[in-house]
Design a protein around this ligand. Structure first.
Ligand code: 26W
Length: 798
């Protein structure tokens, strides 16, 4: 194993004691779990700094090409546990802490999640950073250091209530503040042009200060940097006003500046269109590009070399101002000609699209863009004019039309590579939203199917299964996940039994957590049927709860039948302004209350919805899952990444042919995947049928019974009409075809019951899923980006 884990326990003990005493100023007798966590964190951080410096030095020395991943979100989770696993120090630290009666688990769980993201897009960015380090790809993540990440969710009477998240209310041991890396970001004001040279006179400016976090890769061989920008005022508080007693006004500049990095926007599919969000996007983009150019010019002075040394990835359209901003910096600040500047910018920029949902595609009014970023509005118009001239495109293909700046089109036009995140999604991009642009710029769209890091999502989250894998195929799979294929060669009753034991141990552990935190007792032999993701109509949590009610009805009608006991586990937040999603959450909790207290059925069916689903809860729950619900309306889920994590952890998928489900089914074998529902083409066909919902409901007695119970308020006698809105929405709109896929889903769930009852068949399917999951490592994905998008080389002699 790596050099790191040979680190002696003695040295570790000394280092931890050193930090406890001199960094935390605490002696062991008075140290709290928090003190221990900080001491261990500083100790582990010290061990990463060397590889961090080494990586930086090597990149300068070998004049390597750097990748810059620009993202408004990085859903990191906890950092200490990931660093400990990547350095291979788990056992040693566990041993050292035990001597003082501390457990590594308690220390790790004392760390708040860095919840600087909403869902898939943000978590993907975090997995990508870890894989780029593991592969020795020189890279920087650029994001915003939100003081408040994604809100904390709790349930009040079954309803979601949001409270501010506060990860920075304790010192954060994993960041290095960089006062020297500070850039001025301008806003508003006006532009005047004299003899063809534009000069922007901003009315407001804010300082972007860097906070660096090392991102260590597997075995600590390489570490890259996550640079998060915090907003600071250009001028400190106004002493004059203060002395005149107008304290709030005096503090206004400070407060105004800090709003820029105060809080993460909790929307994950609806473009807020808010001015502050636009300013946040520009704040990130401008600071990042100023930093990129400063670093480049510290090594080279010929800017036309930029595309050879810099690859920039725009994580969706949120950093799409990178195009106009890079041109502004090259033309207005570095004096380049327009054409040269634009060519250089296009040579550096790449754009990943993560959704085709129309409401998620960002469009900024020309009025707002012109007011907040007057110089950029000018540049966007010129880019658009040249785009129009080059493609002779119709008006609706322009970047600017109907007084709106279409950020997807801007990103597409300014990028040399545009990719989707699953094979189906990339095809649908070419057939729908980007069809005309694909024709105008052929060959620009490619696919890079998502992936997840097997370090956090298998090695760290599921030590029981990891041990079975290592005992079966040896080590090395952690950064070469295709090796999991070898498991099939070792298929045997013993191996199947070992996999089953590992799964059961994880289910018992999760059951203990539910007991302790929700007072509910789960049967570890029941099937753990799990749907965890953001709540959104296209992800069809509604279809799942309708099936749950139908299942409850069926059991009540025939309690003596040989039912497969199930625990339906839900997890997920709804955007605070998303009314229907919040209604769905409330319905699930209302159903849970009734079903879990039904003496007739509760040994056969339970519904559990732990509040505040986040990265750490996913790490606890996914290893305990038997069934992974990936039931989105085909054509709506760009990829999904939870689906990949479940497959790696031996959960079987019930799903539609949507996003990466298609490729998961190909890699694990169709016979090991519970497929149901319409394909993306059949969905488009179904939408053409005006009364698609009503006719589907009339064709299913089970669904009619479910909807009748909702109409009567069966789960909410205190307010029987509570779900009449949702009912009407389902009968008359059903925008994501819940009714049309219901019978197929019900039938498929019956197949799942049968499979689960046949333990050897189930175990065989589990083995095939784990063995086929290697492709879904984010290492494979990043290799794809390095070869096909960034033309970046690893500087690690792997
Ligand atoms: C402007 C508001 C907003 C914020 C975030 C709109 C859209 C987003 C994200 C693109 C939404 C998102 O997280 N998309 C998810 O990205 C994952 C990573 O590629 C995919 O696996 C999911 O299918 C996709 O829904």
């Amino acid at each position: 194993m790596n050099a790191m884990n040979t680190l002696s326990a003695d040295l570790l003990r000394a280092r931890i004691a050193q930090h406890l005493t001199y960094t935390m100023g605490k002696d062991k007798a008075h140290a709290s779990t928090y003190d221990w966590r900080m001491a261990v964190s500083y100790t582990v951080r010290d061990l990463i700094v060397d590889s961090w410096f080494e990586a930086t030095r090597k990149t300068y020395e070998e004049q390597g090409k750097r990748v810059y991943y620009l993202s408004m979100e990085f859903l990191i989770g906890r950092i200490l546990e990931d660093a400990v696993i990547n350095l291979g120090l788990h056992e040693q630290i566990e041993e050292v802490l035990a001597e003082d009666g501390m457990s590594l688990m308690d220390v790790v769980e004392n760390e708040p999640d860095a919840a600087l993201g909403n869902g898939g897009l943000g978590r993907l960015a975090a997995c990508f950073l870890e894989s780029m380090s593991t592969l020795g790809c020189p890279a920087f993540g650029y994001g915003i250091r939100y003081e408040h990440g994604l809100f904390r969710q709790r349930f009040q009477g079954g309803r979601q209530v949001e409270t501010p998240e506060d990860w920075l209310n304790q010192p954060h041991p994993w960041e290095f503040e960089r006062p020297e890396a500070c850039y001025t970001v301008p806003f508003k004001g006006h532009v005047d042009t004299r003899d063809g040279k534009a000069t922007w006179h901003p009315a407001e400016t804010v300082l972007a200060r860097a906070y660096d976090t090392p991102v260590v890769g597997w075995q600590g061989k390489w570490s890259n940097t996550l640079r998060l920008w915090g907003a600071h005022p250009t001028e400190l508080f106004d002493l004059e006003r203060f002395n005149s007693g107008d304290h709030t006004a005096a503090a206004a500049p400070e407060a105004l500046a800090r709003t820029l990095s105060r809080v993460l926007y909790p929307e994950d599919t609806t473009d807020s269109g808010k001015e502050l969000r636009l300013k946040q996007e520009y704040f990130l983009t401008s600071a990042a590009l100023q930093d990129i150019l400063r670093r480049f010019l510290s090594e080279y002075d010929d800017l036309s070399l930029l595309p050879q040394k810099v690859a920039i990835q725009m994580n969706d359209t949120h950093p799409a101002l990178a195009g106009p901003e890079l041109i502004r910096l090259l033309v207005d600040v570095h004096g380049l000609e327009w054409d040269r500047a634009k060519t250089i910018a296009q040579g550096c920029l790449n754009y990943t699209n993560h959704t085709l949902l129309p409401e998620a595609l960002e469009k900024w009014s020309t009025w707002l863009m012109g007011r907040v970023l007057p110089r950029h509005m000018q540049i966007i118009e010129r880019i658009d004019a040249e785009h129009h001239a080059a493609t002779d495109c119709p008006p609706d293909l322009r970047i600017v039309h109907h007084d709106q700046v279409h950020m997807g089109t801007l990103a597409f036009v300014m990028a040399s590579h545009v990719n989707g995140v699953s094979a189906l999604h990339s095809d649908l991009m070419k057939q729908t939203v980007f069809a005309d642009l694909d024709r105008a710029y052929p060959g620009r769209i490619l696919n890079q199917t998502n992936g997840v890091t097997p370090r956090r999502w298998l090695k760290l989250s599921n030590p029981a299964l990891s041990q079975v894998i290592t005992e079966t195929i040896g080590t090395g799979w952690e950064d070469d996940l295709d090796r999991l294929k070898e498991l099939t060669e070792h298929d045997s009753p013993d191996l199947r039994a070992a996999l089953r034991r590992a799964k059961r141990a994880n289910k018992v552990a999760f059951g203990n957590w539910v007991q302790a935190n929700m007072g509910l007792t789960l049967d570890p032999d029941a099937m753990f049927d799990v749907q965890i993701k953001r709540v959104h109509e296209y992800k069809r949590q509604l279809l799942n709860v309708f099936e749950t009610i139908a299942r409850w009805n069926a059991i009540r009608k025939n309690p003596g039948a040989d039912w497969t006991p199930r625990v339906k586990i839900f997890g997920g937040k709804a955007a605070p302004g998303y009314f229907t999603a919040k209604e769905i959450i409330r319905l699930i909790n209302d159903v849970a209350k009734v079903v879990n207290n039904d003496p007739l059925t509760r040994h056969l069916l339970q519904v559990v919805y732990p509040a505040n689903y986040n990265v750490s809860m996913a790490q606890r729950l996914i290893p305990a899952a038997d069934l992974s619900e990936q039931i989105s309306t085909a054509g709506k889920e760009a990829s999904g990444t939870g689906n990949m994590k479940f497959t790696m952890n031996g959960a079987l998928t019930i799903g539609t042919l949507d996003g990466a489900n298609v490729e998961i089914r190909e890699h694990v074998g169709a016979e090991n995947f519970f497929l149901f529902g319409m394909t993306a083409d059949e969905v488009l066909e179904r939408y053409r049928k005006p009364d698609h919902a009503r006719s589907a409901i009339m064709a299913s007695q089970e669904l009619q019974d479910v909807l009748q119970m909702l109409a009567e308020g069966r789960f909410n006698p205190e307010e029987p009409t509570r779900y009449h809105g949702l009912l009407d929405h389902t009968w008359n709109h059903d925008p994501f075809l819940v009714a049309s896929d219901f019978s197929a889903f019900l039938a498929c769930q019956t197949k799942v019951d049968a499979a689960y009852a046949d333990t050897d068949r189930w175990d065989g399917m589990v083995l095939r899923n784990i063995a086929g999951s290697g492709y879904f490592s984010s290492d494979r994905t990043i290799r794809g980006y390095m070869e096909q998008v960034w033309d970046a080389k690893s500087l690690l002699n792997r």
